[in-house]
Design a protein around this ligand. Structure first.
Ligand code: G3D
Ligand code: MG
Length: 209
């Protein structure tokens, strides 16, 4: 995280979760307000930028999506290093994807400690009738690990804006608290490139983590 010359905050956010849970769809819904855009789904990975304004503060989010490496168990620390926030996505109709979220929480806490802000997203709530991950279990789990829990549908555009807004607010609060409590600590530097392309992946194959 660093502040730019014009005083804006730059935060890095990573999307994590099993393949096919809807990570790319959530990102495209948030940034482009689109769902199942076949043109965008053919692009290759990196990140998308979003500029937002909260209470007069300008914030640049660099939101990283995977190139589908999660399907080959190939997402490592290089992907999530220097992240200020992580969105851990599972599919409410897929219990294995919730287990995968728990594994990611363990890994992130171990590698990055409590500095990273975590939010958990139970996606595909338009498929509520197919739910297999119990509501109370997901919410109480999130509580125990200090993460907020949101329900989302990238398809119907439910909960998406709220999730990103809450995460951004929390990252901003966290950054300002840290600055107050340790004014001498130099901020983590992170380069934001406005020209980076978008990405998404195809999910017609087998699921994996
Ligand atoms: P990923 O990036 O986590 O791998 P994707 O997941 O965003 O590529 O989405 C995987 C599949 O789930 C896609 O379907 C996508 O349309 C679908 N999906 C994503 N979000 C939702 C949602 O909120 N509700 C429903 N019903 N489906 C969703 P395909 O068929 O293209 O593989
Ligand atoms: Mg994807």
């Amino acid at each position: 995280m660093t502040t730019t010359a014009n005083g804006a905050y730059n935060f890095k956010v990573v999307l994590l979760g099993e393949g096919c849970v809807g990570k790319t769809s959530l990102l495209l819904r948030y940034i482009e307000d689109k769902f199942n855009d076949k043109h965008l789904t053919t692009l290759q990975a990196t990140f998308l930028n979003k500029k937002i304004n909260i209470n007069g503060k300008r914030i640049n989010l660099a939101i990283w999506d995977t190139a589908g490496q999660e399907k080959f168990h190939a997402l490592g620390p290089i992907y999530y290093r220097n992240s200020n926030g992580a969105i851990l996505v599972y599919d409410i109709t897929d219990e294995d994807s919730f287990v995968k979220v728990k594994n990611w929480v363990k890994e992130l806490r171990k590698m990055l400690g409590t500095q990273i802000v975590l939010v958990i997203a139970g996606n595909k709530i338009d498929l509520e009738h197919e739910r297999t991950v119990p509501l109370e279990e997901a919410e109480s789990y999130a509580n125990t690990v200090g993460a907020k829990h949101f329900y989302t549908s990238a398809k119907l555009n439910q909960g998406v804006e709220e999730l990103f807004l809450d995460l951004t607010q929390e990252m901003t609060d966290r950054f300002e608290q840290n600055n107050r409590s340790d004014g001498n600590q130099s901020p983590r530097i992170q380069i934001v490139d406005d020209e980076a392309p978008a990405h998404s992946s195809c999910c017609s194959g087998s699921r994996s983590n």
